[in-house]
Design a protein around this ligand. Structure first.
Ligand SMILES: Cc1ncc(C[n+]2csc(CCOP(=O)(O)OP(=O)(O)O)c2C)c(N)n1
Length: 548
């Protein structure tokens, strides 16, 4: 008798073959065959409370580890819930794969249960999106999805899995298991001659800057940028926030780019975050170099900057960065006066911040909170920090220097930090995982504290609770006037008690003296297995802007 396997078993075994990692999932009719196939396999299922959370977790896994994170949801509504979160992963350039169950192929076009055109739905927020067509080749579909997710500019990929294909049995000798070597990413190198030309342009420029996209925001990516900076003498920065050069993480970088006479884009799209490198954000005669994995983005740079684009080349970011480090030695050495000047601006945090104190009894100012937290995040160099939400967390971005950090991406999409912290804990077993967010943001996925408790994946949430969607309230104040701020109020809810009810640890902080003891207790709770929330009553203040 020939052995047979179900499509679902082929999925489970292929996922093992392609490198074991957790599967962030929410169950549903179309994927119960895969849950069944997981029995006796080494698949680790982390079962969440909302499909978007599964995607945020896979996104965080991708960003922290560099390997494709996997989210698995059911078809129709499960898929629809998941798709929105792909936008965050796409703009964070995060490698991940969304596997969605799907109506059976024989139901299609006939009004099948939860039938919807899933691949088309996910296409605008994915690098690639398709529906599997045969059980025998499911392993190849998975390998191809992971290859695309991790190749070139990393990003999310979607694969729909029709339930009849998952249920179908295939004879073992007919199964096309993926040849792993065939699916390894094939990076596009930057030719030495072009690397030499880029290095020569940098050496010749008076005030060059090198800007990287979110794919280099990882610890490894930042280390590569530090090496490029040391080798070329050009200041480097990751542009990972919708605030672009005005992201408070990079201090007064807006003043640096304004002075620049050459901008090297290393896997950084020329887009709204850079105001398309036009005046007044940049000098009107700034010259631009674009090195990008996507030809379309090199072309866009050419279109936006016409003859000011001095070099455009399709190459992958990592090998291109390595080539610049290697070839910089051949270029004329520049003095480091400009680099020092730029670094001073990027490290700038206004002196006045050191003395900021809350003006509102019973509430803390964000600057007080993050000044106090800085020594805590610096205690362990492997600490993972996640910053999410509006105004409060941007103070955290600015005041908490860490090597491993994730923010809510160029899309500025709030809400993913609690699931991201859970996935970060799964990727990092020892160092503290700290998520900073506003109270509006906390509400998106607070039920995932239950997931953290069930799966013993503890972290600490630092919650700036001003009972307001403050970022939007600040827009009303700025654009329409202080007398037209309305409709953005929340309640001073005891989110700490919500977390206790879900099985975690909660702290309420209304005075600065209470902050550090509360955070230490929260860290201890997390170290002993309980996720924790420090609910800090905070003043409603605008995000920091650093200008010199
Ligand atoms: C998914 C998504 N929904 C809505 C927005 C718009 N938005 C940006 S910040 C913000 C308010 C955030 O409020 P909160 O988390 O309480 O942080 P605060 O600004 O009060 O510090 C909103 C609604 C967004 N960027 N992303």
């Amino acid at each position: 008798m020939t052995a047979t396997l179900r499509g679902a078993d082929i999925v489970a075994q292929s996922l093992e073959l392609l490198g074991r990692r957790p599967i962030f999932t929410l169950s549903g009719n179309h994927i119960m065959s895969i849950f069944d196939a997981a029995i006796g396999s080494k698949l680790e299922l982390i079962h969440v409370r909302h499909e978007a959370a599964a995607v945020h977790m896979a996104d965080a896994w991708g960003r922290l580890t560099g390997e494709a994170g996997i989210a698995m949801v059911t078809g129709g509504p499960g898929h629809a819930n998941a798709v929105g979160a792909l936008f965050t992963a796409l703009s964070a350039e995060s490698p991940m794969v969304l596997l969605s169950g799907h109506a059976a192929t024989w139901e299609l076009g006939r009004g099948g249960f939860q039938e919807i055109r899933q691949a088309e739905m996910a296409a605008p927020v994915s690098k690639a999106s398709w529906m599997a067509r045969s059980a025998a080749s499911l392993g190849e579909d998975l390998a191809e999805a992971m290859r695309i997710a991790t190749s070139g500019r990393p990003g999310p990929v979607h694969l729909s899995l029709p339930s009849d294909i998952l249920d179908e049995t295939v004879e073992a000798n007919a199964i096309r298991w993926p040849d792993i070597a065939k699916y390894a990413p094939q990076p596009i190198a930057l030719p030495d001659a072009i690397a030499d030309a880029v290095c020569a342009e940098i050496a010749k420029a008076e005030r060059p800057v090198l800007l990287a996209g979110p794919a280099l925001s990882s610890q490894k990516g930042r280390a590569l940028l530090a090496r490029i900076e040391a080798a070329t003498g050009a200041p480097t920065a990751v542009i990972e926030s919708p605030r672009g050069a005005n992201d408070a993480t990079i201090g007064a970088f807006g003043d640096v780019v304004k002075k620049a006479d050459l901008v090297v884009l290393l896997g950084k799209a020329l887009d709204f975050t850079l105001k398309w490198a036009k005046a007044p954000a940049f000098a009107s005669d700034v010259r631009v170099i674009s090195i990008d994995p996507e030809g379309a983005l090199v072309e866009r740079a050419a279109k936006e900057k016409s003859s000011a684009l001095v070099i455009g080349c399709v190459a992958d970011t990592w090998p291109a960065g390595e080539a610049l480090v290697r070839r910089a030695a051949n270029a004329k050495r520049r003095d480091d006066a400009w680099l020092k000047q730029a670094r001073t601006l990027m490290d700038n945090r206004p002196d006045t911040w050191a003395a900021i104190k809350s003006q509102t009894p019973g509430r803390l100012h964000a600057a007080e909170v993050f000044r106090a937290l800085r020594p805590i995040v610096e205690r362990d160099p492997e600490t993972v920090l996640i910053c999410d939400g509006g105004e409060f967390s941007q103070w955290g971005q600015s005041l908490l220097p860490v090597r491993r950090r994730m923010i809510n991406s160029v899309a500025g999409s709030i809400g993913g930090s609690i699931p991201m912290a859970i996935a970060a804990r799964r990727a990092e077993s020892k160092a503290p995982v700290i998520a900073v967010m506003g109270d509006g943001t906390f509400g998106f996925h607070m039920s995932e504290f239950d997931t953290a408790v069930r799966h013993k994946l503890p972290f600490v949430a630092i919650l700036g609770n001003d009972a307001c969607w403050n970022a939007e309230s600040q827009i009303q104040k700025r654009d329409y006037g202080a007398d037209r701020m309305h409709g953005c109020d929340l309640l001073p809810t005891r989110y700490d008690q919500v977390v206790v009810a879900l099985g975690g640890h909660g702290e309420l902080v209304t005075r600065i003296e209470e902050l550090l003891p509360a955070v230490e207790r929260a860290l201890q709770a997390a170290a002993s297995g309980k996720p924790a929330c420090v609910n800090i009553m905070a003043e409603s203040i605008a995000a920091p802007v650093i200008r010199v």
